[in-house]
Unconditional design. Structure first.
Length: 518
């Protein structure tokens, strides 16, 4: 099946149901299908062939949702851009992907203007709004399309979109996903996340990202309604969850944390319609998870995966969270078990599968794996060696198949010959009432090779000292794991998916040393 097949089915079966709402705007499934006909025909009429890439630079919007389905229908491949990047970074991705069409919201039309002469393959520029100057307006572009299916036959092995990895190390790479991989993931999500027909689902995580993308597509797969917020505002999210009949939402852990600490009345509100919160894309502290489960009072599902696995490889289901609260607290620090149709293994040297309880690299084999990286055959071969996606995450698996992420392989600290996984220390720090955010890194030590440093964001209006936190850790961690020093900063550097950029935190300490900061 192809992505647009699900929209077409819902338009036929429940055409009057709302496809999406954004503020005071709304569009039904029937009208959404017709709009994707028009956009699809505009793409075809503009000379784009099957497999051509089109770059999209936009915050969350109804138009962005429609573009995914219209591109699917026309057989062209969207390349969604992270709008938080700088203009030269946009230009790199546009050129690397060989995009022939650039669609951008007006504010980004202006921001990318200095780079327009550097775009090597872009033939047309469309403003998602009013045009002007070198930009054609959205309505002019769409009005050229007829309200009929473009008539292109797209195989399910064709590319559906190309998302660029976060680029925590080096240049971002374009992960190519196929219709088959995406459809497989949607069927997997229907088993694990299980959005229900006509439920209202909040979309606030950025739609250029794999996690928000799959939540968007899973909602349409089920015939639900997308409630789209342009950007993340914790007060607006809490208000929506409380007052707008939201049944489900996906929030990255940093968003959950901000909702808990930055919205004064979050604990006083009720959330009568909220059935499910899905979280993922970065680790969550156990204390933050417990607080959120208490405050929102709904089911929680964690998805673990990466862009290269479409989105998810494992789920920690709502029932698993309930087991965690009922006494099996270790489960709350798990990433869950393999999705249906997916194999997950912990591998050591030479891709040897390790016994349960041994630390190694988490590897994934399943229908949702990417086709490869765009124009990077060697990197693709290495990442997908033996048919397994090598995640770069260190983890263990227990006898029930639950996976526990220790850290990124490259983030492991080796001190005096001992392997130290920062997440374990971070989970302890999050238990302190004065800690809003915590990141643990290894810094150079003449005696031990590396030693543990914690970087802390304190909660507003809470006094906490380095000595207090070190004492706190001494009571809860073995000696070699305890932070030797603590720094306080205003905010942790994060990439758009919420992952802390530890390479940025490490870099000042490793200048002049041999260790690679990346």
């Amino acid at each position: 099946m192809r992505l647009h097949d699900f929209l077409d089915y819902r338009a036929r079966e429940q055409g009057d149901t709302l496809f999406a709402v954004q503020g005071d705007r709304g569009i039904s499934y029937r009208d959404a299908r017709d709009e994707t006909y028009r956009i699809g025909n505009a793409l075809v009429g503009g000379g784009l062939a099957i497999g051509d890439r089109v770059a999209i630079l936009s915050k969350n919007s109804i138009e962005m949702a429609l573009l995914y389905y219209a591109c699917s229908r026309a057989g062209v491949v969207p390349v969604p851009l992270n709008y938080r990047l700088a203009a030269p970074e946009w230009a790199y991705i546009i050129n690397d992907s060989e995009s022939k069409l650039l669609l951008a919201e007006p504010e980004f039309c202006e921001a990318i203007a200095p780079q327009l002469s550097e775009l090597e393959t872009v033939q047309r520029r469309i403003a998602i709004g009013d045009g002007g100057g070198e930009w054609e307006g959205w309505n002019t572009f769409v009005d050229r399309g007829e309200v009929v299916d473009p008539g292109r036959h797209i195989e399910d092995g064709a590319d559906v979109y190309q998302m660029y990895t976060s680029g925590t190390t080096g240049r971002p790479k374009g992960a190519i996903l196929t219709h088959y991989a995406l459809s497989s993931q949607l069927h997997q999500a229907a088993v694990g996340i299980a959005v229900r027909n006509r439920e209202r689902v909040l979309v606030v995580a950025p739609m250029y990202h794999a996690a928000a993308g799959i939540m968007t597509f899973a909602t349409v797969h089920a015939g639900g309604t997308l409630v789209i917020q342009e950007d993340f505002d914790p007060a607006a999210v809490v208000q929506a969850l409380s007052e707008q009949d939201i049944a489900a939402a996906l929030l990255v852990p940093a968003m959950i944390q901000f909702c808990l600490v930055a919205v004064p009345d979050v604990r006083e509100r009720s959330y009568p319609s909220l059935r499910l919160l899905v979280y993922g894309a970065s680790p969550i502290a156990e204390q933050t998870l417990r607080d959120a489960m208490e405050v929102f009072g709904c089911g929680f599902v964690q998805g673990y995966g990466m862009t290269e696995t479409t989105a998810a490889a494992t789920y920690l289901l709502a029932e698993d969270h309930e087991r965690g609260l009922a006494g099996e607290s270790k489960l709350l620090s798990s990433a869950g078990r393999a999705l249906v149709g997916t194999d997950v293994a912990i591998m050591g040297a030479e891709d040897r599968i390790l016994a349960n309880g041994e630390v190694g690299e988490i590897c994934v084999r399943g229908p949702q794996n990417m086709r490869g990286y765009w124009n990077l055959p060697q990197a693709s071969e290495k990442a997908l060696a033996g048919g397994w996606m090598h995640t770069g995450d260190a983890g263990i698996m227990d006898d029930e198949g639950f996976v526990y992420i220790q850290d990124r392989v490259k983030d492991m600290i080796v001190s005096g010959g001992e392997n130290i996984y920062p997440r374990e220390i971070e989970d302890v720090l999050y238990q302190h009432p004065g800690v809003a955010e915590a990141a643990v890194i290894g810094i150079p030590s003449e005696k031990w090779g590396e030693e543990v440093k914690a970087v802390i964001v304190a909660k507003p209006d809470v006094e906490v000292s380095a000595e207090e936190l070190i004492d706190f850790c001494q009571e809860r961690l073995g000696g070699y794991k305890q932070p030797r020093s603590i720094d306080f900063i205003d905010a942790l550097p994060r990439n758009p998916s919420g992952k802390v950029l530890k390479k940025d935190l490490r870099e000042p300490y490793w200048k002049g040393h041999d260790r690679r900061v990346g």
